[in-house]
Design a protein around this ligand. Structure first.
Ligand code: FE
Ligand code: FE
Ligand code: ZN
Length: 278
């Protein structure tokens, strides 16, 4: 099973520290933010101990594709109401793609965006325009658009919306999808029948476009459109369904990332990975 969690990348060891954290959970994959998820301040790449991190990954047979980067939440390509928000999103995304290339990670997970009351049609058009502007120099990086819960004015809570973006984006061949189990459950998909979900995903987007899975339980009922993650087995999705997803042969080659909450200040990932691997 290819599984890990989100890990922190903080001073003084940065990416090296992120790899060490992943190893402490017996993970063979991990996801990090290139800096704080809530802001756009970023350290110089030279400070991040990337070479040491790569060496440690190699030593533990973790391929570079198992390092996933998540773009910060403040990137909103769908904002047509405030032009400066859109401009910041495009320029930051362009820089982020460069950083992911330096990290030699393959996938950059991105929330498609929120239309902030301008309507889904305008939001979708803005996302496509923004991706076209930001993705001109991809190197070996691919964008993984995340399936969203549909809270507020989020776009990307249906497979159809994500397929529409990929079909209409100029560089759609460099765009894949990251499927978040909490989000699709909150968006109204019944994840207890995961083979059906995969059939739908294949029919609408194409299974070859599935880049990664965020494996989370949900604090809310199916269709609640809330986006509150729960620990594996402690939420409305439940352990059996999440276990079946983690062990489904059709996604054996796909990296799963846990984004479940800390319990009393402790990371739950080592135990959760163990439970899912049994
Ligand atoms: Fe996300
Ligand atoms: Fe997620
Ligand atoms: Zn979420």
């Amino acid at each position: 099973m290819l599984i890990g969690s989100h890990v922190s990348m903080s001073a003084p060891n940065f990416v090296l520290g992120a790899v060490k954290e992943a190893l402490s959970y017996n993970a063979n994959a991990f996801m990090l933010y290139s800096g704080a998820p809530q802001n756009t301040r970023r350290r110089a790449m030279e400070e991040l101990k990337i070479e040491e991190a790569h060496a440690l990954m190699q030593e533990h047979h973790i391929p570079l594709e198992h390092m996933i980067v998540h773009a910060p939440y403040i990137i909103n390509l769908a904002n047509t109401v405030n032009p400066s928000t859109y401009e910041l999103a495009v320029s930051f995304l362009r820089e982020e793609i460069k950083r992911v290339n330096v990290l030699q990670a393959k996938y950059l997970v991105l929330h498609p965006g929120s239309h902030v009351k301008a309507g889904e049609e305008l939001g979708l058009a803005s996302i496509i325009k923004g991706l076209d502007e930001a993705m001109q120099d991809m190197g070996h990086v691919e964008i993984a658009l995340e399936t969203m819960a549909g809270k507020g004015s989020e776009i990307g809570y249906t497979f159809e919306q994500l397929a529409y973006i990929i079909e209409h984006a100029k560089y759609g061949n460099h765009i894949k999808v990251c499927l978040d189990t909490c989000h699709i459950h909150d968006a109204g998909y019944d994840v207890s029948n995961f083979d059906y979900i995969l059939d739908e995903f294949d029919r609408i987007i194409g299974l070859d476009k599935l880049a990664c899975i965020h494996l989370n339980d949900s604090k809310n009922i199916n269709g609640a459109r809330k986006d509150r993650h729960a620990n594996i087995g402690d939420g409305e999705i439940g352990f059996d369904s999440l276990y079946k997803i983690a062990n489904n042969v059709r996604v054996k080659h796909v990296v799963k990332i846990l984004e479940t909450p800390y319990i009393d200040g402790n990371a739950p990932y080592k135990e959760e990975i163990e439970k899912l691997n049994k």
